[in-house]
Design a protein around this ligand. Sequence first.
Ligand code: ARG
Length: 230
Amino acid sequence: ESGLALVNDGTLTVCSNIPFEPFEYVVDGEFTGFDVELTREIATGMGLEHEMQNVGFDGLQSGTVLAARQCDMIAAAMTVTDERAEKLAFSDPYYDSLQSILAPAGSSIASLADLDGKKIGVQQGTTGESYARDNAPEGAEIMSFQTDAELFQSLQAGGIDAVLQDLPVNQDHTEDGKYAVTATFETGEVYAFAMKKDSSTELAAKVNEQLASLRENGKYQELYDKYFTE
Ligand code: ARG
């Protein structure tokens, strides 16, 4: 692994933004989730230890944490966008996603138009935030929160009327039946792991190689079923 120039020799150090369940969250003080387990498999396949760090989403999507050599790779249910691809090198995609509205069960909010005169919460720096700014009616107030946890707490406290966020994560908040996904938007988003631009060609190639073999040997599907099937 000499050519990889990892932040910590022998370890794949991965930055994420937690919680974003079921991709990354904490149970009994341990990081878990689809991204966490998938990148652990990738590290193991490369003969490396695996370490996760929780940082703000803005620092992830701007590439700051990679430039500062805080981690080797970002695994944060991060959507590939043209703007991000100017600053980050992306792996092959590993998950297809879309946007959605989460609202109290029985609420009349079933489209973005229904948010006129209402408050919609988004996570700062995300594609959900951009989607809301580009598509919500003029009369909607868009409120940005640092984490999905703060976003959902505000919905529970009645501080906002609805949440615009990636579907699998909104879906995760519907389990007790108090909240429902009332609309979905086919944005055609794909998630990929992000690395430092220019200097990470070799790392990206190795990560893609591992991803391909996890798809081939059924491990990817096993994790997918574990986190995305009820
Ligand atoms: N997929 C969205 C984006 O890339 C949201 C990702 C938020 N991820 C997180 N771990 N908080 O903008």
